[in-house]
Design a protein around this ligand. Structure first.
Ligand SMILES: Nc1ncnc2c1ncn2[C@@H]1O[C@H](COP(=O)(O)OP(=O)(O)OP(=O)(O)O)[C@@H](O)[C@H]1O
Ligand SMILES: [Mg+2]
Length: 365
């Protein structure tokens, strides 16, 4: 927990300085704007825009996620919107520097009447900008390094009982996992109504309307890694038909347990997937060729183009199969994934200054 490191400040609002972040309360819009000014927030420098928030920069080099419910018409929608924003802030308050690596840490929170600003560490462009929009793909060595980093973050989050819930290209950068707007504390799972994860990063159990577990993040990450390697999303590989069949198979095994809740949820999710498939064909940034080849074939085909060593490619396949297992209970956990042979750093023989070969050195890629 954050500790109070200095006393209340004077103007313009009640300001509590926590270490390592501050919480400030604004009574009016004017006060809210003044506090943002004191943090040197540049409202015009938009780094990102999401469904619920806008992310801008500060002159101090932080990123600030801004929520404004003032323009929403209904009071009930305003309340819901703010609840979600505050839930995200609550999650971020748990994610301290000591406990979680490779995520932006909270720097300041400004709470207004109908507004909230979340100040945090700023990271670089997302995978969407780095790779998908540029039509580029990272090398296998880079994929390993990035996977390791994201898995450290997931492992740390999962130890704190936080499910990220929306691992995808737009929420990952080389440095950080972003966006805790879909995150969920495991103790709150029962209250969760909206299905987690987006598009083809959504695991089968969520499509089936099952309650989420930490395993959802591992499936989504597996889908991201598959896409980084092959350049095309996993769902076009598994193809809708296979995907639905396997999801149904999974569903059959759950018969009895979930009968009441599944049909409606399932139908809605299948429809959204079908819709997504048409988006996949229509939008340029998502327009990957539909490919009916199998998982193995696609990876092998790309391995040939990339000229990757067959041994390394087999390890990648085994790693991805572990992450993309349809059954959440059989899927690799973040901790297990970190121990997978695919992620082992390679030992290299280097000559020391004395000319002796040292096997201790590792590739620090
Ligand atoms: N700490 C950060 N540093 C740099 N860029 C960031 C940071 N946080 C968010 N962004 C950028 O802003 C975008 C939107 O932020 P975020 O994903 O948190 O918002 P969102 O409203 O929840 O989006 P969505 O719900 O659509 O995923 C991100 O995709 C990323 O490009
Ligand atoms: Mg996002």
């Amino acid at each position: 927990m954050a500790s109070v490191s200095s006393s209340l400040s004077s103007s313009p609002s009640l300001s509590i300085h926590f270490s390592p972040y501050t919480i400030e309360y604004a009574k009016t819009n004017e006060e809210f704007e003044q506090i943002l000014d004191s943090h040197r927030v540049d409202r015009n420098d938009e780094i990102g825009r999401g469904i619920i928030g806008r992310v801008v920069s500060t002159a101090h080099g932080f990123a600030v996620k801004l929520f404004n419910a003032a323009n929403l018409e209904k009071k009930s929608i305003q309340t819901k919107f703010l609840q979600l924003a505050f839930y995200e802030a609550r999650i971020l308050q748990r994610i301290t520097k000591e406990k979680v690596r490779h995520v932006p840490h909270l720097r300041f929170l400004v709470k207004g009447n109908l507004q909230l600003a979340i100040g945090m560490d700023r990271g670089g462009p997302t995978l969407r900008e780095l790779y998908r929009l540029k039509g580029k793909i990272p090398s296998l060595t880079e994929i390993k390094e990035l996977s390791r980093r994201w898995l450290y973050a997931l492992n740390d989050l999962h130890k704190l009982e936080i499910i990220h819930g929306d691992i995808k290209f737009a929420n990952l950068s080389r440095k950080f996992i972003y966006d805790f707007s879909h995150s969920l504390l495991t103790e709150d799972i029962i209250r969760s109504k909206t299905p987690l994860c987006s598009g083809w990063y959504r695991p089968p159990e969520i499509i089936c309307g099952e309650a989420p577990t930490k395993a959802v993040d591992l499936f989504s990450l597996g889908a991201v890694i598959f896409e980084l390697y092959t350049g095309a999303p996993i769902i076009t590989e598994l193809r809708l038909k296979n995907y639905i069949e396997s999801a149904l198979d999974h569903l059959n095994k759950l018969e009895g347990l979930m009968q009441k809740s599944i049909p409606h949820e399932f139908q809605a999710n299948i429809l959204s997937l079908l819709d997504l498939d048409s988006i996949n064909k229509g939008l340029e940034e998502n327009s990957f060729p539909i490919n009916v080849k199998t998982f193995d074939e696609r990876i092998d085909e790309m391995a040939k183009k990339r000229k990757d060593q067959p041994k390394k490619v087999e390890l990648l396949k085994s790693f991805l199969r572990g992450l993309l297992d349809f059954h959440p209970e059989r899927r690799l956990t973040a901790e297990m994934a970190l121990m997978h042979r695919f992620l082992r750093r390679e030992k290299v023989t280097v000559l020391t200054t004395s000319g002796k070969a040292s096997k201790k050195a590792r590739l620090n890629n």
